[in-house]
Design a protein around this ligand. Structure first.
Ligand SMILES: O=c1ccn([C@@H]2O[C@H](COP(=O)(O)OP(=O)(O)O[C@H]3O[C@@H](CO)[C@H](O)[C@H]3O)[C@@H](O)[C@H]2O)c(=O)[nH]1
Ligand SMILES: [Mn+2]
Length: 362
């Protein structure tokens, strides 16, 4: 009896009480129906962007907290100035208010994809596996992920490095609508990503990458304070560089602290192509600024005295102010916002800070 009973008890989902799912939305949350089998056991943090008087309906049966702009302003006061408005960058407020060790963030136009065998992909489960398993940023393994079933370290891989590094970030990909910039979208409006590559790769130390916030998970305790998605959207000269900015800061800090960043599986199905002309307007300045931003991050050096993410991040903000303000006064403002972000993060994440977090929970 016991064995039959035991087999009928569903296994507890991995990290059920240690992971929050953060969703930025200016639309609706109907997409959650498709994710219900995978997401329902987890707590959701919904960051409602745009008009706070609009009522966002959360499908029945989900455990959630919801924050709109009024909540953000009430909770952060003047520090709310660092949280973008009318841009998906607002999602980082969800990272700040979470109390969990792990975060998964997904856009509301991303759906469950199928692998080549036709099986639905539990993207969350794959991200958790990626995060719980070490990375190999210090020496490239030519059989890719050595910790994966059926693979290992190849000959010549130093045994002293086989323990790997802690994984801070798991960057997932997208079938159907790829995360192209506006110029690429304009010249290839019908291009769809149909390629499912069965791989998880650690991004080598010293290499930057374009981090997309659409299907992203990270260890909040290892790297959370660096996951600031910048000043974007309303009132800002740039948009759609929120996740990119965060990814460049995160990678420099992960390299400095010896943490790993992985990209590859899992895939989600990205359904909506945002308007390329609107995107071009948002991205326009970023497309030429990044030719100066990338060399800045490639040459950024953090002092060995910087041993915490906050210290690294504040040092980076100082260097942004010193070296990028000449590109545009925006970076002076962004550097200040980076400091405000850390102040707000530390204020909300010290003992007894949760009192301020009464929210729109159902
Ligand atoms: O003003 C806004 C616009 C959107 N959102 C929410 O953010 C995500 C992404 O929105 P959308 O799918 O319209 O945009 P994409 O171009 O596909 O997004 C990708 O580009 C990056 C732009 O920064 C973004 O990180 C990628 O995901 C949805 O959930 C919208 O509801 C918003 O909150 N406010
Ligand atoms: Mn989208």
């Amino acid at each position: 009896m016991a064995s039959a009973e035991a087999s009928s008890i569903a296994p507890t989902p991995l990290l059920k009480d240690e992971l929050d799912i953060v969703i930025p939305t200016i639309r609706n949350l109907d997409f959650l129906e498709m994710w219900r089998p995978f997401f329902q056991p987890y707590h959701l943090i919904i960051v409602q962007d745009g008009d706070p008087s609009k009522v966002i309906k959360v499908p029945e049966g989900f455990d959630y907290e919801l924050y709109n702009r009024n909540d953000i302003n009430r909770i952060l006061g003047p520090k709310a100035s660092c949280i973008s408005f009318k841009d998906s960058a607002c999602r980082c407020f969800g990272y700040m208010v979470s109390k969990k060790k792990y975060i998964y963030t997904i856009d509301d136009d991303c759906f469950v994809a199928k692998d080549p065998s036709g099986k639905s992909i539990n993207a969350l489960e794959q991200h958790i596996k990626n995060l719980l398993c070490p990375s190999t940023p210090h020496f490239f393994n030519t059989l890719y992920d050595p910790y994966r079933e059926g693979a290992d370290f190849v000959r010549g891989y130093p045994f002293s490095l086989r323990e790997g590094a802690k994984t801070a970030v798991s960057h997932g990909l997208w079938l159907n609508i790829p995360d192209y910039d506006a110029p690429t979208q304009l010249v290839k409006p019908r291009e769809r990503n149909t390629r499912y590559v069965d791989m998880v790769l650690t991004i080598p130390k010293g290499t930057l990458f374009p981090m997309c916030g659409m299907n992203l998970a990270f260890d909040r305790e290892l790297i959370g304070p660096a996951m600031y998605f910048g000043l974007m959207g309303d009132g800002q000269p740039i948009g759609r560089y929120d996740d990119m900015w965060a990814g460049w800061c995160v990678k420099v800090i992960c390299d400095h602290l010896g943490l790993g960043v992985k990209t590859g599986l899992p895939y989600i199905w990205h359904s909506k192509a945002s308007n390329p002309f609107v995107n071009l307007k948002k991205e326009y300045k970023g497309i030429f600024w990044q030719e100066e931003i990338i060399p800045f991050f490639q040459s950024a050096v953090l002092p060995k005295e910087c041993t915490s993410v906050q210290q690294c991040y504040l040092e980076l903000s100082k260097q942004v102010k010193e070296k990028l303000s000449k590109v545009d006064p925006y970076f002076d403002k962004l550097a200040d916002a980076m400091v405000t972000w850390i102040d707000a993060w530390d204020e909300l994440n010290t003992e007894g800070a949760s009192a301020k977090l009464s929210n729109g929970k159902a």
